[in-house]
Design a protein. Sequence first.
Length: 322
Amino acid sequence: MRSNLIVLAMLGLVAVPGIMKVSNSSMIGRSVAVTTYHNDNTRQGLNAKETILTLGNVNSRQFGKIFSQPVDGFIYAQPLYLPNVSIPGKGIHSVVYVATQHDSVYAFDADSKTGSNPQPLWHKSLIDPSTGISTVLSEDVNCKDIYPEIGITGTPVIDAVTGTLYVVTKEKRQSKTFVQRLHALDVSTGAEKFGGPIEIEATVPGSGDGSVGGRIAFDGLRNNQRPGLLLSNGYIYIGWASHCDNGPYHGWVMAYDAHTLKQKAVWSATANGGLGGVWQAGGAPAADARRMRARCSKWGRTAMRPRAASAQLEAAERFAPS
């Protein structure tokens, strides 16, 4: 597997998605954690607390690449950032978290790769080839939209309160079965938390494409976990679409308890039809205090809310531009 490079910093300014701070100790800026796709659940991508970047210092003399780090696969997910993370035996660091298509998660020091930081603060491989657990190959899904392997595609999400990074992996087993798993990793060590990982499974009533006995089942091979993860009101929301529209497939959204990893809600976009992916172009669903909003290829923009006392999600409203 070829190594790929992730740019971590810019000349005198330490840069990660959505944030910069002055690295000179005499000019310390206020760090803003980036724990989810586009900074927060509105998905605006706005850092309203930015005070350092100006038209005067974003130029070819002061703004540019100053270091990079190798990783083991391609990066489709947005890197995330936490300041002031305690790493056992290594002290306090500002940390960039990077997930790869080789089913790896890396924690890098965000400020430099010199001194004690030339290596990752930690690296967690979420496959085990020695026991027959590997990434999925593009040929397995008969599609090269993600090439040459498929592992972690959707942007993870971090709960800064509990110090947990949630991420979904796609895996192939020696028995030629394909599964996806939800992991909850300690941001300080990469260790699994809350009894994870858990295998993602679901069925809903329906007569749509690929139904058996009046039910539609989640397919770990065909479903592409492209959207970023959403953390809202104590639940992790995960969405899926397809690889190259290879059917039968259905769009899915599922909710998991952030502290127990138990599945709490399931919604299929096309249980009585087909080809209804929740793709988001790699973006994550948005949310406010009451509802989450996602894009579905069959429904347009859809707002959903958990249905009380039920393991289902209901579409509260939808909008399709004409």
